[in-house]
Design a protein around this ligand. Structure first.
Ligand code: ADP
Length: 497
């Protein structure tokens, strides 16, 4: 068989290539029906000609969806291992957060690599990062770039014929609801398999897989102990069960014992539950100053989300338990058609400025740090999207896929118009934050005290601040939203064309 040789080194860094994963279906336990379905695909991959004679083709794409840690990657590797095919993996997030044009070219690289070793398997983890709905309300964060990558995936999948040089594309996501429907159409990811949390029997089976290389006093004792752990671990994923056994093994070694016993297992279970409940993140390790910055950031994002609420994407809660370059605010994406107006885009741009504006306001322009730098990028990308791709601005009604479509004088015009939108958005954002200064402080304090805050509490604080007479003494009327009467948030961007 061909050796992949130096493929891992010579090709792009974001692709991980394995000639043989060495993983089999025996490594995945529980949810037997999933294995049965996938085994059939493996049979077709292995005996392509025989099946083709009968008119049976392997699907081009398989989508595995379910919570993280439930074994989706493991299953993808098992398909490759069982079929004896090389495995090319990439992560959806590697395609975005990049410069214009990179997403599409990375997708091309991935497919080209896999095709040159066909038959082969492509695995795209977190495919939602690149394949989320187009034109939806969450177009922020490189919408245009992401769309390019998504279109490239569709082109690649439509491009290869089912009968020859088979490349099976396996995608994984925990957000089936936000995937672009185009991905799920016939001839693309048309086999969709849910990988859920294991049942009690499933948990026992998974524990047994990971207990294979561990020492117990006897087979009988092992059975009894694993049964007990399976009982106590409702809602645990395979990855968490594996952790429990590993942790128990470490505790056993630390105590210089020869066999894993009940005490070690229960101790490991307790530890796993601890990390499980705090979301695997320990807020105590975040330095105080960074916590304060995070709290201000989340508070500002929350106030803007109240001032310019997005009806398609209500927020649910936020916290300061993890440090990321993007806000921690969580949203509830409402599926279905959206009808975005120009003012909705402008509001989104204003909202996106919040992290940067509040950090400059509170810490000074010389003391900005990286936790707000993505915000500027996101806001200007949104502005570019509005200008280039919606036909809603004076820029014109043509649709430009990206900047590289522009002739030089149009590029200069784009820059100027985008800057105008950005200047407006920053001003608007900072006047909202000043107006609601006290609410920002209250939310910041609560976040520092409790680590998290729910939407209801945020709305209550916002509403209280909104009912205080405005600076100019004018009450601007009210409209009805989510059962709350709010002052009507005003946009005054008519001068922006
Ligand atoms: P996902 O891709 O769904 O996030 P992974 O495949 O990365 O999950 O799972 C991480 C690890 O957890 C696997 O490598 C495996 O060791 C273990 N695991 C998860 N689910 C199972 C399962 N059903 N059976 C056996 N091991 C599992």
């Amino acid at each position: 068989r061909r050796a992949l040789g130096s493929l891992g080194k010579s090709r792009a860094k974001f692709i991980s290539a394995e000639e043989s994963t060495g993983v089999t279906f025996d490594d995945f336990a529980g949810q037997e029906y999933i294995k049965r379905e996938l085994q059939e695909i493996v049979r077709i991959l292995k005996n392509e000609e025989e099946f083709q004679d009968k008119g049976i083709y392997c699907p081009k794409g398989v989508l595995l969806h379910g919570p993280p840690g439930t074994g989706k990657t493991l299953l993808a590797k098992a398909i490759a291992g069982e079929a004896g095919l090389p495995f090319f993996a990439a992560n959806g997030t590697d395609f975005v957060e990049m410069f214009v044009g990179v997403a599409a070219s990375r997708v091309k690289d991935l497919f080209a690599s896999a095709r040159s070793y066909a038959p082969s398997i492509i695995f795209i983890d977190e495919i939602d990062a690149i394949g989320s709905k187009r034109g939806g309300p969450d177009i922020g964060g490189g919408g245009a770039e992401r769309e390019q990558g998504l279109l490239q995936i569709l082109t690649e999948m439509d491009g290869f014929k089912v009968s020859t040089s088979q490349v099976l594309v396996i995608g994984a996501t925990n957000r089936l609801d936000i995937l672009d429907p185009a991905l799920l159409r016939k001839g693309r990811f048309d086999k969709i398999i849910r990988v859920g949390l294991p049942s009690k029997d499933g948990r026992l089976a998974i524990l047994k897989v990971h207990a294979r290389n561990k020492y117990f006093r006897s087979e009988e004792e092992k059975e009894v102990l694993l049964q007990e752990v399976a009982e106590l671990t409702e809602d645990f994923t395979g990855a968490e069960l594996q952790n429990i056994l590993n942790e128990a093994g470490i505790l056993t070694a630390r105590k210089d014992l020869d066999y894993i016993g009940q005490e070690e297992l229960l101790e490991a279970l307790k530890r796993q539950k601890g990390t499980f409940e705090t979301g695997q993140e320990d807020s105590t390790v975040i330095p105080e100053e960074l916590k304060l910055r995070l709290a201000y950031r989340e508070a500002a994002v929350a106030i803007l989300a109240c001032y310019f609420p997005d009806p398609y994407r209500p927020f649910t809660q936020t916290n300061i338990k993890s440090i990321r370059s993007q806000p921690n605010m969580c949203y509830n994406d409402i599926p279905g058609k959206v009808f975005l107006k120009k003012s909705d885009y402008v509001k989104a741009i204003v909202r996106a400025c919040a992290p940067r504006v509040v950090e400059e306001e509170m810490f000074g322009v010389d003391n900005l740090c990286w936790i707000s730098s993505k915000a500027t990028l996101e806001a200007s990308r949104l502005a570019e999207f509005l200008i280039l791709q919606t036909g809603m601005t004076a820029f014109g009604k043509a649709y430009y896929r990206n900047q590289s479509d522009l002739v030089p004088n149009l590029a200069a015009k784009l820059d100027a118009l985008r800057d105008e939108y950005m200047r407006y958005a920053v001003d608007k954002c900072s006047s909202v934050l000043r107006e609601y200064h006290s609410a920002v402080e209250t939310i910041t304090d609560l976040l520092l005290e409790k680590g998290e805050i729910k939407a209801e509490e945020i709305w209550a604080i916002y509403r209280r601040a909104a009912l205080i007479p405005q600076v100019d003494g004018e009450y601007m009327g009210s409209h009805f939203l989510g059962g709350l009467h709010l002052p009507l948030a005003m946009l005054d961007f008519q001068h922006l064309v």
